[in-house]
Design a protein. Sequence first.
Length: 295
Amino acid sequence: VELEDIDNLGSKAKLRVIEPQEGAVTKPWSFDYGLKVTPGWETKGYDQTPYMSLLLKENDRILFPKEMEVVEKLLKTFHNGEGYNICKVYAIDSTRSQNDFESYMSRLLNKQRASPQLFCSTSWQEDRYDHRKWVLSCLEKKYSAYDWNTTTLTPVITMLQGSKEDLVWSYCQTGYTAVDTEQTPRYGLGIYFTSDLKYALNISKPNHKGEKVITINYVVPGSVYPTIEHPNSEESLASKPCQKGYQSHYVRISSDTHPSRFGFPVEKGRDDSFDELVVFQENQSLIKYIVYIKE
């Protein structure tokens, strides 16, 4: 990179000089060295909560083909992840958020190993075992799809979230907050993700150009409570904290658009269902890409 070219990139653009450690292994949620030092990153956020964004694609103009291949590959891993018009894509990098994410993983793993009875509950097995086991198995399939998951205690998966454009950018700065106020927290008062692109787009609100905005995130579910409780029942988990001994809730929900069924738990074996993963700590997730899509 020629240093004299930096002046042409605008006042917000910065060149970040990062010395790679010899023998260091790039984590799947870290950008490689070449991308991290490229000109074009823009500093955003406040002084105490800064982050960086890099435009990867805008309409037919692909600025970073290699990284766009990563994004497109990730999108294809999601259910209903193909056949959409991707208008614009940003890479998001926050040293603070990544450090918090990795610190959460490390602390959780230590707690689970030291006190499994407190942080790895198996109480779900005591009630409607077959149904809950099927729900949990749907999520566990996602764990095995990533070769970086070498432990079953703190696996990392990629998940989507759809929201309003302005909220998405605020999350890059502050991290996710518990549940969008326009949505009912049916399965716990936490932060909601899905592995279904169609469902994420259904949740997202279009901007003035008619584009819907989603984020691609790395998420640590931790110990998962397989959720089958109907939000209108006496056992409902709506607006409640995480179940004791767990770090997240996971539910399979109906994709049927009828209001009496959409978004409610499905019976065992419904492969045509959507899903929701609810985490309860903002450090359980890390935003890596913002994607603008026109349906």
